[in-house]
Design a protein around this ligand. Structure first.
Ligand SMILES: C[S@@+](CC[C@H](N)C(=O)[O-])C[C@H]1O[C@@H](n2cnc3c(N)ncnc32)[C@H](O)[C@@H]1O
Length: 203
């Protein structure tokens, strides 16, 4: 990043960002009572912004480790009225420690890194400890929405979510309100259609 861009990044992140570590958040201090949804691993953030534009009533907290993607979303928030979007530049596993239990209307994990080699499957983000931590933080009735173009990962997602007692749901037809994401497009071009899974916290 040029020095000028870095300055913008730092200024915008201060304005629109939430630190990945720190005290437990109170969403009412961050947003004005809107339901809150996490968008985990948003990549370049095109889908995040599109969903934010389409639903001004839901607050979105996007979390991404990759700096150019964070910059792209900050740029959008800075340049159009999207006061209901915040960005975390960091690791969702650390950030979740700041998220109060039973406080989320939803969490989205669209096309997480596939880690296709068998010896790398343990690195996948959608695994039982992470799904457990997300279920803890969803309110009853809150939804976990997952999507992947990797058939084996879709099976793993279903297995992990089905063994979480508080979640109920499964594979759904691709919702037409979910924007086409950059990685979904790549998968389609390679002949891999997406699988969407939606689980609702029951208790
Ligand atoms: C394959 S990309 C998908 C991006 C986007 N959701 C899409 O569909 O185009 C997965 C993204 O997750 C991010 N990621 C991976 N692990 C993460 C973590 N622990 N916390 C936050 N972001 C993470 C990566 O940096 C990457 O941008």
């Amino acid at each position: 990043m040029s020095e000028q861009r870095q300055t913008k990044f730092d200024t915008w992140l201060k304005r629109w960002g939430l630190d990945q570590s720190g005290e437990l958040l109170d969403w009412n201090d961050v947003f004005d009572g809107r339901p809150v949804v996490l968008d985990i691993g948003f990549g370049r953030g095109e889908a995040t912004i599109e969903m934010a534009r389409a639903d001004l009533g839901t607050a979105i907290v996007g979390i991404e480790v990759h700096t150019p993607g964070v910059m792209a979303v900050l740029d959008a928030i800075e340049n159009e009225p999207l006061p209901h979007v915040r960005v975390v530049h960091g690791d969702v596993l650390r950030f979740l420690l700041r998220v109060p239990l039973d406080s989320l209307a939803g969490a989205r994990v669209y096309f997480p890194d596939p880690w296709t080699k068998k010896r790398h499957h343990a690195r996948r983000l959608v695994r039982s400890d992470v799904v457990g931590a997300l279920a803890d933080r969803l309110e009853v009735g809150g939804q976990l929405h997952l999507a992947t173009d990797i058939a084996h990962y879709a099976e793993q997602m279903a297995e992990v979510c089905e063994s979480e007692d508080r979640l109920d749901g499964g594979t759904v037809p691709r919702p037409n309100w979910r924007p086409l994401t950059r990685f979904e497009q790549r998968g389609l071009e390679a002949g891999r259609p997406p699988t969407d899974l939606i689980y609702t916290r029951q208790s």
